[in-house]
Design a binder for this molecule. Structure first.
Ligand code: BG6
Length: 502
């Protein structure tokens, strides 16, 4: 078994903010009022324990992680095929060639979602499946796969939420001009968005342009060392990194415009980003202000979600970057800030900030050695991040009414199956319960939070970790492709049924 850079000491998320435990205790789930829940009221903030009736419960996946069928029906390689097939890049030499064979088993997977009770499903389109060389003619067979999937979802009353780019860039565009490093990616992504809007826009009510710019940029590219996600490129300096990020946020803005022009008038269009949330170390005015400043000046937030939501770069951050921040014209800023209708917040963990008597006015508190973590080294248990991340969009980005959905939240488990074959992943249940408790707090306080999509429906190809890390609520035997719901699946089923944290 080869030890990859990702599996080694380098943490998958080491670029992200450090975090620390504010208090020893995790938040408890809201109190249960007897065995049978009281009828739940409608409307955000209307009740202390229940989620509103129109709250969106969903499941989430992405193309390369689940589809397989890498060379079927005209699909060409993506940068992830190339990266995974390069020895030493992915744990155990695993690839997404077969993954969980969702391409052939999607009906079974949709049935699992229907039984779970979700009414929403977030999946991504594999760009090299529908436009194999990244630009040019549509591959009808590739598009047909997504039409069949949409049909299956419709049969079960499940609404699709489609991500255009969850990291599987057509390899041709990487070979031709180095992908996100080159400005030409903006036009190619926009044309791809337009093509998908035309092909599927009459059937898809929700769209996300890109998934986690901060991850695919800051981990796909390393500054002074090779990135340990595809394309695994080494950049000379941070200015080069921020040029790539600039191309991504501009592609997002133009992609929103292209979708808007081609989709149903009431389609909700946005981005799914794992922006970095900061919780105040203690909830007092001064520490809340410190957390908000940490949020605004965080390198990923200041270069991605803040310009997207405000149409500008924070001058204080630009100055701090000392020449590495991107240069943008007014017209480009306007495109980057194209209004969106929905924001996907992928929340795994966050940082803790404290007011400090220094020039910045805050300190990000480092993570103590024994801080609680899940079964993947970077994943500290910081459930407050989900509440503060929702709130910071209102308080810092100035978008209190923008509907937010938690487009990802989850963890790798370390649970074993019992004699009956049930994986009792109480580690995942503990994790999700804590985070969902804080989503509930945001609902209760009237923040604009509209839905929750745990990551992930089923175990899948976990990027540089290969198949070694399992993020699913459904267990997959990767040899036989047998799917078996875990205990967390049954837990989430009950959350949805009762509309509260159970
Ligand atoms: C998110 C991605 O970063 O986190 C998912 O959008 C991914 O695709 C999930 O599976 C889990 O994180 P990691 O670091 O294990 O890939």
């Amino acid at each position: 078994m080869s030890q990859t850079p990702a599996a080694a000491a380098l943490s998958r998320r080491r670029f992200l903010q450090s975090s620390a435990l504010a208090t020893g205790a995790l938040v408890a789930a809201p109190a249960v009022h007897g065995a049978t829940p009281a009828p739940a009221p409608t409307g955000a903030g209307a009740d202390c324990t229940h989620f509103p009736a129109n709250f969106m419960w969903g499941a989430a996946t992405s193309s390369y992680q689940i589809e397989g069928a890498a060379e079927i029906d005209g699909r060409k390689p993506s940068i992830w095929d190339t990266f995974a097939r390069t020895p030493g890049k992915v744990h155990n030499g695993d690839t997404g060639d077969v993954a969980i064979d969702h391409y052939h088993r999607f009906r079974e997977d949709v049935k699992l979602m229907a039984d779970l009770g979700v009414k929403h499903y977030r999946f991504s389109i594999a760009w090299p499946r529908v436009i194999p060389d990244g630009r040019g003619a549509l591959n009808a067979k590739g598009v047909d796969f997504y039409k069949r999937l949409l049909d299956a979802l419709q049969e079960h009353g499940i609404e699709p939420a489609v991500t255009l780019y969850h990291w599987d860039l057509p390899q041709t565009l990487q070979d031709e001009y180095r992908g996100w490093e080159d400005r030409r990616i903006v036009d190619d992504f926009t044309a791809y968005a337009e093509a998908m809007g035309k092909a599927l826009g009459d059937r898809v009510p929700r769209w996300f342009t890109l998934n986690e710019v901060s991850t695919f940029a800051m981990i796909g590219y390393g500054v002074g060392y090779p990135g340990h996600h595809a394309p695994g490129v080494e950049l000379p300096d941070r200015a080069a990194l921020h040029r790539g990020i600039f191309h991504a946020v501009l592609a997002h803005g133009r992609g929103v415009q292209a979708l808007r022009a081609t989709c149903k008038a009431d389609a909700q269009i946005g981005i799914a980003e794992n922006y970095h949330a900061y919780a105040p170390i203690i909830e007092t005015e001064e520490h809340i202000a410190a957390a908000h400043r940490a949020f605004a000046l965080d390198e990923a937030n200041a270069s991605i979600i803040m310009p997207i939501l405000t149409g500008r770069y924070n001058p204080e951050w630009v100055e701090k970057m000392n020449g590495a921040a991107p240069q943008a014209t007014d017209a480009e800023l306007k495109d980057i800030g194209t209004p969106i209708d929905i924001l996907g917040f992928n929340c795994y963990h966050g940082g803790y900030a404290q007011a400090a008597d220094n020039a910045a006015g805050f300190d990000v508190v480092p993570t103590p050695r024994a801080f609680p973590r899940m079964n993947i080294s970077w994943l500290t248990v910081t459930p407050e991040a989900i509440y503060w991340g929702i709130r910071q969009i209102a308080d810092v980005a100035g978008q209190p009414d923008l509907p937010i959905v938690i487009s990802e939240n989850g963890c790798a488990d370390a649970a074993e199956a019992n004699s009956a074959g049930l994986v009792r992943d109480i580690d995942r249940i503990m994790y999700l319960r804590q985070y969902l408790g804080y989503v509930q707090r945001a609902v209760r306080e009237g923040y604009s939070i509209a839905g929750y999509f745990p990551w992930s429906l089923a175990d899948n190809f976990e990027w540089a970790e290969g198949y070694a890390k399992r993020f699913g609520m459904v267990h997959v035997d990767f040899e036989t492709q047998k799917r078996t719901p875990k205990l967390s699946y049954h837990w989430f089923q009950e959350v949805i049924r009762q509309r509260r944290v159970v």
